[in-house]
Ligand binder design. Structure first.
Ligand code: EPU
Length: 345
């Protein structure tokens, strides 16, 4: 028997607690999804087919610009389970709704290495593969084994290997061909019992030296990453933000050299294909935006790449600021910044 829709979903819910930019907007329909079965029941309901769907994890990479006239599915599927173990590795299956940072700290406490550099990234574990989260020299793809998702059209479970996910810089198949087509329900990570720590990132190295640590543990790295992030990025519980608002642009060498002529100090990191990644934060700071307050919004005083909600900002105000920043970076450097944040119009 088909359940009444009201038993499965709520109506007219304010999404402010569900997005870290703290934007108050209304969702026409909303459901907190606790299990895969619950999810399948919602997807199978005829009324769901009439609604536009939006899948929400921790809401830490999303900008709402208007009320959402469809159905928001807030994925709250939990669970942590070791599914395989060898002398060297552990395969951990994690429910998509598990908080990412708590998952990281659990691994750190167990002595399982691989995710310590990704400490304190806001959001859920299910959202981590969507944009292939990355920080301090490590990306999710480095520890990713496989994931399970539910196909929105058919309601069937689908497995995805690492290759299937087509991971790239802040990118995956789930932001492209499969956008809006599947919902991640479980992620399996392959962690290491014999840590090979990644301390290549300059800020980690200098912090280790400062603390006189020559043989760091997984916990040392995690603690240092937490301290670095706390010093550079605003805590979303205090100041609304969605982390880096734009991606770091990757430009050809000749474009980089052209900028360098006028700005000899421009930072750049060579990629495998000889292209150069330029920190968007530097471009935005150079364009005069760092720490600027514009109405209820602005950029963070310690990190120009982070747009903040100083309180009461609307999504449209934030979008307007983002556009102004894009225009001035484009005018000054002839580089188009692409948002990293998912903008819902
Ligand atoms: N910079 C400035 N001014 C600023 C900010 C940065 O000049 O206001 C320059 C500095 O030269 C600095 C460099 O940019 O050395 C890099 O800055 P940072 O180390 O803060 O890293 P990022 O490139 O701005 C990326 C990720 C972050 C991740 C950090 C650390 C992207 C879009 N962002 O930021 O990820 O935490 O590296 O690995 O790739 C996120 O995705 O939301 C995020 C926070």
């Amino acid at each position: 028997m088909i359940k009444p829709y009201d038993a499965l979903v709520e109506s007219d819910v304010d999404l402010q607690p569900y997005n870290t930019l703290n934007i108050s907007i209304m969702a026409h329909k909303f459901a907190a999804v606790k299990t895969t079965t619950h999810l399948k029941n919602i997807l199978a309901h005829p009324q769901t087919k009439e609604n536009e769907l939006l899948i929400l994890g921790g809401g830490s990479n999303i900008l709402f610009t208007d009320d959402f006239d469809g159905l928001v599915l807030h994925v709250e599927i939990g669970g942590l389970e070791v599914v395989k173990e060898t002398e060297k590795n552990v395969w951990l299956k994690i429910g998509a709704g598990e908080n990412w940072h708590e998952t990281v700290r659990y691994c750190v406490a167990q002595g399982w290495a691989g995710v310590e550099n990704l400490s304190l990234i806001p959001g859920t574990t299910g959202a981590a593969p969507i944009q292939n989260i990355g920080a301090y020299g490590v990306e999710l793809k480095d520890v990713f084994e496989e994931l399970e998702a539910v196909d929105i059209a058919t309601g069937e479970r689908r497995q995805f290997s690492k290759e299937d996910c087509s991971f790239g810089y802040r990118n995956s198949i789930f932001k492209n061909e499969l956008k809006g087509k599947v919902i991640v329900t479980e992620v399996v990570l392959k962690l290491s019992k014999n840590p090979e720590l990644n301390t290549s990132y300059g800020a980690i190295q200098s912090e280790l030296e400062k603390r006189g640590i020559s043989d760091p543990t997984i916990r040392d790295i995690s603690d240092i990453v937490i301290d670095i992030r706390n010093s550079k990025l605003p805590n979303p519980k205090e100041t609304g933000n969605a982390g880096s608002f734009f991606k770091n642009p990757i430009v050809a060498e000749n474009i980089f050299e052209r900028i360098k002529k006028h700005y000899p100090e421009v930072p750049g990191y060579k990629m495998d294909d000889d292209m150069i990644k330029v920190p968007a934060g530097w471009l935005i700071e150079e364009a005069g935006w760092k720490g600027k307050v514009v109405g209820n919004t602005g950029t963070y005083r310690q990190q120009a790449l982070v747009i903040v909600n100083h309180g009461g900002a609307t999504g449209q105000e934030i979008l307007d600021l983002a556009k102004e920043i894009q225009a001035s970076v484009s005018e000054q450097f002839n580089i188009d910044l692409v948002p990293e944040v998912n903008i819902i119009r």
